[in-house]
Design a protein around this ligand. Sequence first.
Ligand SMILES: Nc1nc2c(ncn2[C@@H]2O[C@H](COP(=O)(O)OP(=O)(O)O)[C@@H](O)[C@H]2O)c(=O)[nH]1
Ligand SMILES: [Mg+2]
Length: 449
Amino acid sequence: MPGLEDLRKAVSKLLRRSGPYESIINEYIRDLQKALIAADVNVRIVFDLTKRIREQALKSEPPPGVSRREWLVKITYEELSKLFGGDYEPEVKPPYTPYVIMMVGVQGSGKTTTVGKLAKFYRDMGYKVGVVAADTYRPGAYDQLRQLAERAGAMFYGEPGSKDPIGIAKRGVEELKKRGAEVIIIDTAGRHGYGEEEYLLKEMKDIAAAVKPDEVMLVIDAAMGQKSYDLAKRFHEATPIGSIVITKMDGTAKGGGALSAVAATGARIKFIGTGEDISEIEVFRPKRFVARLLGMGDLESLLERIERLESAKDFEKTVAEMLSGKITFRTIYRQIEQVRKLGPFRKVLQMIPGISSLIESVDDAAKLSEEKTKKWITIINSMTYEELDNPELLEQRSRVKRIAIGAGVETSDVRELYNYYKTVKRMMRTLKKRKDILEKLVKSGRLPG
Ligand SMILES: Nc1nc2c(ncn2[C@@H]2O[C@H](COP(=O)(O)OP(=O)(O)O)[C@@H](O)[C@H]2O)c(=O)[nH]1
Ligand SMILES: [Mg+2]
């Protein structure tokens, strides 16, 4: 995407740079600022954002095995994701059917094209789709949509020559419902030019009041850049059932401005249009979008590596706790969750310095399948605080039975978990003994440290 492409360049330049860390950061921040401002992101937002990136880069330490420059990329990824909407994952599956979507937006923003794209999108998902041509102003609108519907494999409703958009919309929805459409999309006319939000929103309200759509979708041309803030804000306030599509992300350098401005209003961007073809639409997921902007492949493996290293650090803490203190179901819970992320317990233990040399002859405490860990987590969630802190209470059959019923599993499952606890405990005791002996030997000088 033009404009935002420079972000990737800034990152790859960063990774090739050498010299003092501070000057590397400074140059990198300047590149980021240039790229974002060129993409029409609001200048103040850009400065706030880069200030936060710089502070974190100077303040926080990467986990061992990750370079400071890589760490800087990860911070950038997190911050840019926030700029474009954060963890938000749009729900595109209709919550029920038939489901009626009404398209609104100024003339030329890409409404009709988007209706065609969405019709195909939902067809590909397996829905029966119908579209309604309720733009009675623009000559040719009827034919344009009819052709798109045909290409998408969607049903079509229109009344050529009619001047009654509200009537068409109402009759169209009714008719298409009768014909079995599960997703119905209404194309509307919109208004000329920007700065007519007032009229646009009023018209939208009139049609919406008559048709009662399940969702109203506002189409915004990416070329509107940061100016889309006002429109998105008003729309967001006026339309609780609203979502937003940003079109023509492929054709302008201002896409970054449009996305960030809309995200700043709290409105939800559901789709982006990335070309003229009927298939060129994608669900907008901020994190994935940013990952791709920054150079997906590399970034993904970097993020995975960082996550692994960070969970390994957590795991080290858990093991240290297990070696020095009491093992309860709370520790087991944490350990199960971590092992789930990191792999077999024994293998992970081998990653921990100081433990790896002790581990050779220790049994692998049960191989945990995904299914089993899920079950065990449910079981642990059905325990009382008392049981969590004192696992030996599970010697009592009545407790095992009660927990099994609460978790919806067999008593044998609960006993299996209890046995796992005992195995881990035994294993930790053996490890601790060996560790103590080793440390004594080292202290007495009989072994090198
Ligand atoms: N490059 C590009 N062009 C688009 C996109 N979406 C729509 N267009 C073009 O924008 C123009 C106006 O689109 P149209 O759907 O007729 O807008 P409407 O007046 O809001 O219905 C047409 O030439 C479309 O091909 C997009 O995502 N990328
Ligand atoms: Mg149109």
